[in-house]
Design a protein around this ligand. Structure first.
Ligand SMILES: [Zn+2]
Length: 253
C-alpha cells in the first residue's frame, strides 16, 4: 500500500486552525513511517484546471492571494488525485494531507477546508474517462457537505455520511448501505479521525477504524475490482491520531 506524503505538509504556518496545528502530521507519520508495509510516495501539486473541475473560478481566485494557503491546498488536492490514480491502477493508497477538503463546496468553504480534495480526485479520473461511477464513505465526525455539493450532479456517485451515534450501529449502517451496491468503478474514503471516542465525535474506537478499513477493502474487492483510496480529513486528538490512522490503513490494505 502506498502513502502519499510530502515533507511540506509538516509546515503548519499555512493557516492558523485545528488542521494546521504543529505536530499533527508528525503524530501520524511517526507511526506510519515505521511500518515496512507502506511505501511513502511524494505527491505532485494539482494544477488550476484540475481544481476548476470542482470549484468556480470566482472561488479559486478568492484563495489565490494567500499564496501559502493556495500552494498547500494545491499540494493536498494533487495528493488526492495521485492516491485515486494509484488506486485506479490496482494498489490501495492513503493520502496524508492538509488542508482537508470535505467542507469545501463549489463556491465556498469553511472549517479548515480549502479545496474539495475528494471531489477533485474523482472528477479528474472521471474527466480522464477512467471511471464513470464511485462510492464515497466519509467517516469524519462532521458531514462532508462540500463533497456532497461538488459531486451533486454526478448521478452514479454514491456518498455515505453515517449518522449513527454508537459504534455498533455505525458499522452496521455502513454494511447495510454497501451491501446494496452491486458495482462501482472506485471506492474513495474521506477519513476523518475526529469521530474517535476521545475526539469531537466521541463514538469510534481504534478497533472500529480497523473494522471500517477492512469493510471498505472487502467491499472494494467485491464491487470495484479492489480499487480503493483514502484521504485525510479531520482528526485532532494528537496522542492517538497516529495509531488510529495506522489501524485504518492496516484494515484497508
Ligand atoms: Zn470533522
Amino acid at each position: 500500500m502506498k502513502i502519499l506524503f510530502d515533507d511540506r505538509f509538516y509546515n503548519s504556518d499555512y493557516a492558523n486552525d485545528g488542521a494546521s496545528v504543529p505536530g499533527r502530521m508528525e503524530s501520524i507519520m511517526e507511526v506510519i513511517g515505521k511500518e515496512r508495509d507502506f511505501e511513502i510516495v511524494c505527491p505532485r501539486s494539482a494544477d488550476e484546471m484540475e481544481v476548476l473541475l470542482a470549484h468556480t473560478p470566482h472561488y479559486v481566485d478568492s484563495v489565490k492571494p494567500d499564496r501559502r494557503l493556495y500552494d498547500m491546498a494545491l499540494l493536498a488536492a494533487g495528493s488526492a488525485i495521485m492516491a485515486a490514480d494509484i488506486a485506479f491502477y490496482g494498489e490501495p493508497a492513503f493520502a496524508c494531507l492538509r488542508p482537508p477538503g470535505h467542507h469545501a463546496s463549489r463556491n465556498s468553504s469553511w472549517d479548515y477546508c480549502v479545496f474539495c480534495n475528494m471531489g477533485i480526485a474523482l472528477l479528474t479520473l472521471k474527466q480522464q474517462k477512467k471511471i464513470q461511477s464511485a462510492f464515497v464513505l466519509d467517516f469524519d465526525a462532521h458531514t462532508g457537505d462540500g463533497t456532497k455539493d461538488v459531486l451533486a450532479d454526478w448521478e452514479d456517485c454514491h456518498i455515505l455520511n453515517p449518522y449513527s451515534d454508537n459504534s455498533g450501529d455505525y458499522l452496521k449502517e455502513i454494511q447495510n448501505v454497501v451491501k446494496k451496491i452491486p458495482a462501482v468503478d472506485i471506492v474513495g474514503i474521506c477519513a476523518g479521525f475526529d469521530s474517535y471516542e476521545k475526539d469531537a465525535g466521541r463514538k469510534l474506537s481504534t478497533a472500529d477504524f480497523y473494522m471500517i478499513g477492512d469493510m471498505m477493502k472487502r467491499f472494494s474487492k467485491r464491487a470495484a475490482n479492489g480499487r480503493r483510496f483514502a484521504i485525510l480529513e479531520g482528526g485532532y486528538f494528537l496522542p492517538d491520531l497516529g495509531k488510529n490512522v495506522l489501524a485504518f490503513c492496516h484494515g484497508f490494505m
